[in-house]
Design a protein around this ligand. Structure first.
Ligand SMILES: NC(=O)c1ccc[n+]([C@@H]2O[C@H](COP(=O)([O-])OP(=O)(O)OC[C@H]3O[C@@H](n4cnc5c(N)ncnc54)[C@H](OP(=O)(O)O)[C@@H]3O)[C@@H](O)[C@H]2O)c1
Length: 271
């Protein structure tokens, strides 16, 4: 199966890295970027064919001409114009997959040839390490077999959840952006350690290793975060004192508000 990646930034690179780590034949992967500088970096990194739009304005169309799947991985505000510019070069059975936040199936189908199979997804960058999460909403004309092909593309490096389109922004708010919240938490933990008197470098390493360890404890399908929390929070002990402080300071409310802001931004991007 030939897969073309239009845009090879953080997210599409995560997909490519996952595929290559899973043994996918690099000959069947092709990609484009805007700049030649990015293209050269990615060619070096992945050993696949990468061409740049800035040197050759027709390169996106050329890249999709023989593709079974096209993954659109440019910024949300460029997705529609990018899809429109390559629309005439698509085979009628090529599945167009978007990874863009917000951009709706309706917007995508409006700029593509009538009946073109389309799938909207929301992955996260943990695909890079084979532990990604991917939300997938199918368009009206995509077949079951084509959806399975797209699921296989992501299953190489993550877990796919097929949802209705109106649930995709919620998945994005949780899992698409989620690694960013965890990295913010690591930085906050390190900063708090420094505040308590630790050397900065030591605090950063403690924060990183703590989250890596906790993540590994969660890395079983039947892991129960509440039971794990209880196993650490001794009755009347130190962890409980900290968790009580988090509760009193509205930790859960903070998370809900952050996710609501995320969904609102997805809706704005999709409008
Ligand atoms: N990052 C995430 O964690 C994440 C998660 C889920 C979904 N997404 C979605 O993934 C998409 C890309 O995000 P990103 O974080 O990967 O952005 P990014 O790192 O900025 O990558 C964008 C890529 O698009 C390329 N590009 C721009 N214009 C192009 C054109 N006309 N033709 C071909 N390539 C072009 C850029 O090339 P240059 O490098 O040469 O500019 C770059 O390779 C967005 O729609 C975002 O919503 C991202």
């Amino acid at each position: 199966m030939r897969i073309s990646f239009i845009g090879l930034g953080h997210l599409n690179s995560a997909i490519v890295a996952g595929l290559l780590a899973d043994g996918y034949d690099p000959e069947n992967l092709i990609a484009t970027t805007h700049s030649e500088a990015s293209a050269a970096t990615r060619r070096e990194e992945f050993g696949i064919s990468v061409t740049a739009e800035e040197n050759n304005p027709g390169t996106n169309a050329q890249a999709v001409a023989d593709a079974d799947i096209v993954v659109l991985g440019v910024k949300p505000f460029h997705i529609a114009e990018t899809a429109q510019a390559l629309a005439d070069a698509l085979r009628p059975d090529t599945v167009v997959v978007s990874v863009a936040a917000g951009t709706t199936l309706a917007t995508l189908t409006s700029v593509l040839p009538e009946g073109q199979p389309v799938v909207r997804t929301m992955p996260n960058v943990a695909l890079t390490v084979g532990k990604g999460v991917v939300g997938l909403a199918r368009g009206a004309t995509v077949t079951d077999a084509q959806v399975t092909q797209v699921e296989q593309l992501f299953a190489a490096s993550g877990t796919v959840f097929q949802l209705s389109e109106n649930q995709l922004n919620a998945l994005g708010a949780m899992a698409g952006s989620g690694p960013g919240y965890v990295f913010r938490f690591v930085n906050a933990l390190a900063a708090a350690g420094v505040e308590l008197g630790l050397e900065e470098q030591v605090a950063q390493e403690l924060a990183r290793l703590t989250v890596v360890g906790a993540g590994a404890m969660l890395d079983h399908h039947d892991a129960d975060p509440s039971a794990l929390e209880d196993s650490i929070a001794t009755e009347g002990g130190t962890t409980q004192a900290a968790l009580n402080s988090m509760d009193a300071n509205g930790f859960n409310d903070l998370i809900i508000k952050a996710l609501q802001a995320n969904v609102t931004r997805s809706e704005e991007l999709g409008a």
